[in-house]
Design a protein around this ligand. Sequence first.
Ligand SMILES: C[S@@+](CC[C@H](N)C(=O)[O-])C[C@H]1O[C@@H](n2cnc3c(N)ncnc32)[C@H](O)[C@@H]1O
Length: 241
Amino acid sequence: MRGCLYGLGVGPGDPELLTLKALRLLKAAPVVAYFVARGKKGNAFGIIEGHLEPRQARLPLVYPVTTEALAPPLYYEQIIADFYDTAALAVAEHLDAGRDVAVICEGDPFFYGSYMYLHDRLATRYDTQVVPGVCSMLGSAAVLGAPLVYRNQSLSVLSGVLPEEELERRLAEAEAAVVMKLGRNFAKVRRVLEGLGLAGRALYVERATMANQRIVPLDQVDPMASPYFSMIVIPGERWQA
Ligand SMILES: C[S@@+](CC[C@H](N)C(=O)[O-])C[C@H]1O[C@@H](n2cnc3c(N)ncnc32)[C@H](O)[C@@H]1O
């Protein structure tokens, strides 16, 4: 019998934000796979490694590149698509041998999680189960003490990668927003927020819920030092009940 593919959300960083269900399935899995940058341990792996036993095989899936800005003839989309094909084959090998594979994913697997690209390649051929995790957006709002949306407000989830004019258009219309994927996009995002008069409402956090979490006023963030694991939260206008 073939193994089952599990996509396990492991939360935004605090190991206590792992769900009971993810923990149970993780402990039962003979193979634990995780995406990781070359030479790094990986955030998701760091969250769960204390729960693993020696009998469980580790399958690191090492990204060949970590930036989308590559000079021709290197094209990020092609390199990363080939990488996910190869990663899916490595996972499928275990599934075909009857071993369940738990792919751990920082935050939630279906919220910008790399697990999605394995799921898209394998879910039609293998049994799969996805366990949601606490996503970074909610972990960030919690540690910032920032209620996100009151009453009938709508929330916009934006990527800092968006071009400046597009970011400006969407933020101008948003009642509440989170801007993810900051890093090298930080200066652009802050400029847009300042231009729209939203900087005073915007809250910034690095590595929310992790041991090295940092909350910094937006105007004091060094744009050259803003890490990938950071986020800006613009809470909805407070509604007095
Ligand atoms: C590829 S997405 C992964 C999202 C993840 N699957 C989730 O459910 O939150 C990476 C982006 O999530 C945000 N992020 C993830 N973890 C974070 C954390 N602990 N604190 C702040 N932002 C975080 C950052 O904006 C980062 O650029």
